[in-house]
Design a protein around this ligand. Sequence first.
Ligand code: SF4
Ligand code: SF4
Length: 74
Amino acid sequence: MYTAHIMIDSSLCKACWKCLQVCKNDVLAKVNLPFHKHIKITRGNNCTGCFLCTAECNFGAITKIIDGGKKLRE
Ligand code: SF4
Ligand code: SF4
């Protein structure tokens, strides 16, 4: 899952929801089923590239996309 600024690897997501709490632009949402919990992108066009979410994730599930596609893991 991508926006113009971040990539999410949902297989690494531990569903702590910290990224959801810091995103001010309503980009992210929960998949919160009994045995299937992870973050997803709902409004990718709203993403400003503030990278608050990447700073918050301790599990490497959100990656910055910078310099026209070069990816850096926080
Ligand atoms: S980079 Fe900023 S705007 Fe984009 S999803 Fe993360 S917290 Fe939200
Ligand atoms: S901060 Fe990381 S582990 Fe927590 S919900 Fe977001 S992507 Fe998943």
